[in-house]
Ligand binder design. Structure first.
Ligand code: MSP
Length: 511
């Protein structure tokens, strides 16, 4: 069994989570569940980023202490993750002692290695992005990343020798073409590094809400330096070396494209400075947009996740998020697109296949799954297609192409629907043909395979489906070997339940 360590970014606690945040967690959770299906020992980490000027400003606005703001927001994140079945193994908060002590020690170590030095910073700062910019980097005097106001900073502080790592990074990207995904983003990062890296200011003097630099109470550690280290502090760095050795390096860091540079440039440089190995992959996904703009709380164009979960169900929302966006590209969040997918893919294609099959087993075999006998060519073709689809899904999941993996599974679902039309079980029943047994067994076996395959994407609905087809074992314990064709046991009884995805009426909305 090999370990597989997956992370999401740590979410800022200045506000409640929205669809954009949910997306990163859903993607990471789907991969975590898929790797478990493959037999890996998965460690899936998420959490919250609780320090910095942005949080402090929001707390002041609300007239509460930053820690109180964080404590309250964490509840919203945890609740949403629970309702979306996010199966994280650890939730780290940057205000936890286990993290703070690693950040302080890491800082001191880099000072003693000569990679952190004292200097004077003069430049601009964007609070929403928690980023430093030079005058020339600004666009129309605004933040080049989010187009918002920046403010001037001039202060004594500590710098990290980022400039030292440009060539090493370029060599690393070159030798590890899979490190930055997707490849379009990879070239962006390479060009950025080729332009030359500047040393990074890693302390703030006027900020009080941050991890203090040990023995320099006037200074606190820059929030990104602090937050990035969560990936090692949660894995036991400087605390449980055995565990850390087992878990590190991370196998995939999932991040949004806005924070790729922090993960593909600054983070590896910090690790190199500390003599640690680099993560295997950083995957940058696109943004969820509304009316052509990134969804964000500050723009006021976000969808309320609680409302969406309540109306469509958590798994339907997961399906939409995973199916609608291609890896690395932006997606447009629209209710009408979601409702179309719900009715077409979930209620019709999958829901009907399950319903029709179970109803026929009830009607023709008193609910008991028949045995297959002398399969004909048309029956054998379903088996061949099932084998092909498994291979394809595996290839696509290796590439982290969740959307095409779902499309491939749906091809098989529709293949099975077509098989019903072609085989015409109602005619076989009339003719008293023994082929009826084979057709229904083949359909039940197809459903068993589909349930296991969709489990990583829609865990609750997959479990419901698995139970409806009469299976008694735990779907979450299934492994790739359970996807072998032929394991559906004749003689078990189906349990017809409520429709998995009752059709929804379209919202009355303008879009
Ligand atoms: N705190 C930092 C990350 C530190 S990781 C060591 C941060 N937090 S965030 O809350 O602003 O964003 C967290 C994640 O949500 C990022 O990956 C970001 O890209 C993602 N999203 C926020 N809005 C988004 C969309 N509208 N669409 C998709 N994802 C976006 O950055």
């Amino acid at each position: 069994m090999s370990k597989f360590y997956i992370t999401t970014p740590l979410y800022y606690v200045n506000d409640k989570p929205h669809i954009g945040h949910a997306y990163t967690c859903v993607v990471a959770d789907t991969l975590a569940r898929y790797r478990k299906l493959k037999g890996d020992d998965v460690f899936f980490l998420t959490g919250t980023d609780e320090h910095g000027e942005k949080i402090e400003a929001e707390a002041n606005k609300r007239n509460v202490k930053p820690q109180e703001l964080a404590d309250g927001m964490v509840v919203h994140f945890k609740n949403l993750w629970q309702s979306l079945s996010i199966s994280y193994d650890d939730f780290i908060r940057t205000t936890e002692e286990r993290h703070i002590k690693v950040v302080q020690k890491f800082f001191q170590n880099l000072v003693s290695f000569g990679d952190i030095y004292k200097g004077k910073y003069s430049g601009w700062y964007c609070v929403p992005c928690e980023s430093f910019w030079t005058k020339t980097q600004l666009k129309d005097d605004k933040c080049p990343e989010c187009n918002r106001e920046v403010h001037k900073l001039e202060e004594e502080g500590y710098f990290f020798k980022l400039s030292k790592y440009g060539d090493v990074l370029l060599q690393y990207y070159n030798e590890h073409p899979d490190f930055i995904n997707p490849s379009s983003r990879r070239s962006e990062v390479i060009n950025f590094v080729k332009e030359g890296l500047k040393d990074l200011c890693i302390t703030r003097s006027k900020l009080s809400w941050g991890i203090p630099v040990a023995e320099e109470p006037g200074l606190s550690i820059y929030v990104w330096f602090d937050a990035l280290l969560n990936y090692i502090s949660a894995a036991g760095y400087l605390d449980d070396e055995k565990r850390f050795k087992y878990l590190w390096p991370a196998d995939v860091h999932f991040v949004g494209k806005d924070i790729l540079k922090f993960h593909a440039v600054i983070w590896p440089s910090l690790l190199l400075a500390a003599g640690l190995s680099l993560p295997r992959k950083v995957f940058a996904h696109g943004w969820w947009m509304a009316e052509g703009r990134k969804m964000s709380k500050s723009l006021g164009n976000v969808m309320d996740t609680d409302v969406l979960v309540k109306k469509y169900g958590a798994d339907a929302l997961r399906y939409f998020l995973l199916r609608e966006i291609s890896p690395g590209l932006d997606g447009n969040f629209s209710i009408s697109a979601m409702e179309k997918r719900f009715n077409a893919d979930l209620a019709n294609d999958l829901g009907n296949l399950l319903n029709r099959t179970i109803s026929m087993v009830e009607q023709y075999f008193q609910g008991v799954v028949p045995d297959s006998n002398q399969p004909r060519e048309m029956d054998d073709q379903v088996v061949e297609d099932a084998v092909k689809i498994l291979q394809r899904v595996n290839e696509l999941m290796e590439k982290l192409d969740f959307s095409l993996a779902l499309e491939a599974i749906w091809q098989f679902i529709n293949r099975a629907n077509k098989y019903i039309e072609d085989a015409q079980p109602w005619r076989l029943k009339k003719e008293n043909s023994p082929a009826l047994n084979t057709v229904l067994w083949t359909l039940m076996e197809s459903l068993r395979i589909v349930a296991i395959l969709i489990f990583p994407f829609m865990p609750c609905k997959a479990a419901e489906m698995y139970s409806q087809i009469g299976m008694d074992d735990k779907i979450e314990e299934k492994r790739l070997s359970d996807l072998k064709w032929g394991l559906m046991k004749p003689g078990i009884s189906v349990r017809k339940g409520n429709p998995l995805f009752p059709r929804i009426e379209f919202y009355n909305h303008k879009e």
